[in-house]
Design a protein around this ligand. Sequence first.
Ligand SMILES: [Fe+2]
Ligand SMILES: [Fe+2]
Length: 169
Amino acid sequence: MDDLIEDLLAHPKVLETRSHLHHGIAKYEHLMRVTRYSYRIARLLKADVRVCARAALLHDIDSRYGTLENHGAVAARWAEEQGEDFAVCQAIIGHMYPIGPAPMTREGWILSLADKAASLADLTAYVRGLVNGRSQQTKRELQASDPFYRPRRKPKRREQLRKMLDLDV
Ligand SMILES: [Fe+2]
Ligand SMILES: [Fe+2]
């Protein structure tokens, strides 16, 4: 499998995802899990393994520049600029289905399925890590290293109260 994505694995844009937070884990881990799943399903269904592996590795690149619905298009545009095949970009666009547009090819359906299965596995791994504190530790480290991470600010009690009383805050 690695020979199909060797160039991408060394790409700075892929490597930087090691320090990005995604589903409570490093985005890189999620991308690699989706890539392994996509590759296996593609082999099983005799789909294009190269398209599936490359699309999987790039499917969430720059996702923070998009929304839940359109970050597939953001990643696909980046892949297109890098010279990826049309089939790879097409598969990436539909990976969020049913939130975003539906996949148009077999490889697109494989990626969409693999992404969901991998997200579930990410969550399972995260929950398992809560027991020994690993998940919290990793999350804290990623929050510190992720340039996109913004802590959610809790409204102060007084602000909350004023809002509840319908006063101008
Ligand atoms: Fe995504
Ligand atoms: Fe994903």
